[in-house]
Design a protein around this ligand. Sequence first.
Ligand SMILES: [Zn+2]
Length: 67
Amino acid sequence: MSAPPASHLRCPYCEAYAVGRLYLGSVHLDSCECLACGARWDEEPGSGAFRGRASRASVVVPRPGPS
Ligand SMILES: [Zn+2]
């Protein structure tokens, strides 16, 4: 009997499994990067809880409101 693999190693954006991971000891986070679409995000080491996007440069977010 084998446990299913942790699904958090899959990219939450494009669902590719080509995810690189770096442990950031200073902030106690895992920095993940999708090798398929280039998205980056942070996870809690151990639990794998999603902690949000790590980079705003690779993900374009529309900013509402006139200026
Ligand atoms: Zn991806």
